[in-house]
Design a protein around this ligand. Structure first.
Ligand code: ATP
Length: 324
């Protein structure tokens, strides 16, 4: 391998810059050129790219967002779009690709790699942590720390006013942000798509929870069947008018900010592992970290959202025990 292309794609996550830096530095270490593509797969199709050297990734490990920008590319979902991308890569003598993103990014990479027999390795860059083949994705730890920081502040005001707060966190298909941050903030209940818990269960829990506790926090994952925090708030307020209920949707702050040390180290390890993997012949697979070991998982397995591994009933019970 002589020239690796690197891009960030899909939703951004804190730590993507640390990931780019690691890919660039590892490539240079192994005497491989690196080309950075701008705006994910759009950059491949538009041939929008730049050569990357040691200096181009200096002083970015601590920065949120992604210096390569990211985008959702409709054109890459078409055969013609992917053919243009392939021609552009060949035209630049790029012989392998590292894509940093989530399940959509790997679905696209899988289609492209199969269609054009092109070596691709992925790095899990998403705040959702919804990929199989890695204990944590790059950005998840930063996002949940942003959530607990915000909810700690909400707890202060909830406590002063004896309020019930329903806080919505990100996670369209996965409740993992809600789950871990819910434990971290001492939430009274969480509503996540994986747990089959409805608003009725939350009501029941509230009625049986500690009466002496002034504030109550319920964390709702945006993808939960209950239909979002405002819907949950309406139901709770109508059934229990004695609660002073407020709703807070945290939104995009969860995607931004400095990556935590854990995300920086994870991104750094995975970046080096991805480059070394390509050199050793890894193809069509995501670099991940499981039990501190660096491993590779085929894209079609990594994207399967095997949350059962990560959202076990043990976790749910933990919340029940701690909020009792
Ligand atoms: P996140 O989960 O953090 O939002 P993601 O990688 O899942 O990140 P998506 O927008 O779902 O984000 O996917 C990124 C890009 O991958 C899409 O914009 C598209 O270009 C490409 N992609 C997704 N699915 C396919 C597909 N079936 N075929 C080809 N390309 C695809």
């Amino acid at each position: 391998i002589k020239n690796i292309g690197v891009l960030t794609s899909g939703g951004d996550s804190p730590g993507m810059n640390a990931a780019i830096r690691a890919v660039v530095r590892a490539s240079i270490y192994y005497d491989i050129e690196v080309t950075g593509f701008i705006r994910g797969y759009e950059g491949l199709i538009n041939d929008d790219c730049m050569p990357m050297d040691r200096k181009s990734v200096a002083n970015i490990i601590q920065r949120g967002g992604t210096i390569l920008k990211t985008a959702r590319s409709e054109a890459f979902k078409t055969v013609e779009g992917r053919k243009t991308a392939y021609d552009n890569l060949k035209g630049r003598n790029i012989d392998a690709l590292i894509v940093i993103g989530g399940d959509g990014t790997f679905t696209g990479a899988n289609v492209f790699a199969t269609e054009h027999d092109f070596p691709i390795v992925g790095m899990p860059g998403t705040i959702d942590n919804d990929l199989a083949g890695t204990d944590f994705t790059i950005g998840y730890d930063s996002a949940i720390n942003t959530v607990i920081d915000a909810v700690d502040k909400i707890r202060d005001t909830a406590e002063s006013h004896d309020r019930l707060f329903i806080v919505e966190v990100m996670g369209r298909d996965s409740g993992l942000i809600a789950l871990r941050s819910g434990i971290g903030v001492g939430a009274e209940a969480i509503l996540i798509p994986e747990a089959n818990m409805g608003v009725e269960d939350v009501l029941h829990k509230l009625e049986h929870s500690r009466k002496d506790k002034a504030s109550k926090i319920i964390i709702v994952a945006e993808g939960d069947d209950a239909g979002g925090a405002f819907k949950v708030g309406e139901i709770l307020q109508s059934k229990y008018p004695h609660y002073d209920t407020k709703v807070s949707v945290l939104g995009h702050i969860q995607r931004g900010g400095k990556p935590t040390c854990m995300d920086r180290v994870l991104a750094s390890r995975l970046g080096v592992s991805a480059v070394e993997g390509l050199i050793k012949g890894e193809r069509n697979a995501m670099a991940g970290q499981v039990n501190k070991e660096m491993i590779f998982t085929p894209f079609d397995h990594a994207i399967k959202h095997i949350n059962a591994e990560k959202v076990s009933s043990t976790w749910i019970k933990l919340i029940d025990i701690l909020s009792f």
